[in-house]
Design a protein around this ligand. Structure first.
Ligand code: SAM
Length: 308
């Protein structure tokens, strides 16, 4: 699809480039904040799975720039497997959120203090095998949640991208043990046709007597075992096998973002009365997986295989 047809089909894509956001996802966080006032009083923030950095840009604008001259300077840490170009007021960490060392690196930046707000927009590389993709996505959210239990202050907020798949009410149930309030939110900038949504978990309530500890090669079940919220979440297992009916949680669903704002599934015609140019992306990928292939192609090192 050409740049201008994408501009037409997806107004958020075009607006992101016009307003200087590195990705259209910026609008999702802005709309979530509009609905839930997530950034109120927040000074220490962790943005997990942050590259290319549009959420970090929002955090920089809304939290760092608005409070930099105040009593306590905001600290924002952005973590991703990919390197990220710098953003004002944001410390970037190239690290794996599933690795225990990442926790100590974040705590070092915060001087040992807990975070007020943690968000995760994580998405693993898709394999195309639906069950496997769903499982890996669920594991990534659980890794973000594990880090959160070690980092978030009591009363703090956790927001993460989810896909409303088969076992999502199991996830709501697990979150319900840790947070007083769990809501499933769908910003208008997130395509209605996609299963993507965001869990907004407020008022973190640590489990009394449980000290979460991250260890290498420990499964998420083992991690949560002592907190008595560990529930097996293997592929194909039925939720009812693990949770009695009365313990199941159905999180309230909230659509957010002004209903009169752009519909991300619609196609809009561009205003031809003004001279329009197709804008380049604000930030090209720093280390895309296809970079090596492009270099090899340029050097003539990519040989086409002959198939018989
Ligand atoms: C949809 S993108 C995030 C977009 C970002 N919120 C923004 O607004 O620019 C998902 C990111 O998750 C990252 N990711 C996936 N698995 C990860 C892991 N184990 N540790 C750290 N980052 C991870 C990917 O590298 C990718 O950059």
């Amino acid at each position: 699809m050409g740049k201008s047809s994408k501009d037409k089909r997806d107004l958020y894509y075009r607006k992101a480039k016009e307003e200087g956001w590195r990705a259209r996802s910026a609008f999702k966080l802005l709309q979530l904040n509009e609905q839930f006032q997530l950034f109120k009083g927040v000074r220490r923030v962790v943005d997990l799975c942050a590259a290319p950095g549009s959420w970090s840009q929002v955090l920089s604008r809304e939290i760092y720039e608005k409070n930099v001259d105040g009593e306590s300077e905001p600290k924002i840490v952005a973590v991703d497997l990919q390197p990220m170009s710098p953003i004002k007021g944001v410390t970037t960490l190239q690290a794996d959120i599933t690795h225990p060392k990442t926790l100590s690196k974040i705590l070092d930046i915060f001087g040992g203090e807990p975070a007020d707000f943690i968000c995760s927009d994580g998405a693993p590389d898709v394999t195309g095998l639906h069950d496997l993709d769903e499982y890996i996505q669920a594991q990534l959210i659980l890794s973000a949640l594990q880090l959160t239990t070690c980092l978030l202050k009591p009363g703090g907020t956790f927001v993460a991208k989810i896909f409303r798949g088969r076992d999502i009410d199991l996830m709501y149930a697990q979150l319900g043990y840790l947070f007083e309030n769990v809501i499933c939110a769908k910003p208008r900038a997130s395509r209605g046709t996609s299963l993507e949504a965001f869990i907004v978990c407020r008022n973190y309530t640590p489990i009394p007597g449980w000290t979460p500890q991250l260890k290498l090669n420990q499964s998420t079940e083992e991690f949560f075992e002592d907190a008595s919220i560990a529930r097996k979440n293997k592929l194909g297992d039925k939720l009812e096998n693990y949770l009695p009916t009365e313990e199941r949680h159905i999180a309230p669903f909230v659509a957010c973002g002004d209903l009169s704002s752009y519909d991300s599934d619609a196609t809009y015609s561009l205003d031809h009365s003004v001279a329009r140019v197709s804008l380049d992306p604000v930030q090209s990928p720093t280390a895309p997986p296809y970079k090596k292939a492009i270099e090899m192609k340029r050097k003539g090192q990519l040989k086409q295989k002959a198939y018989k």
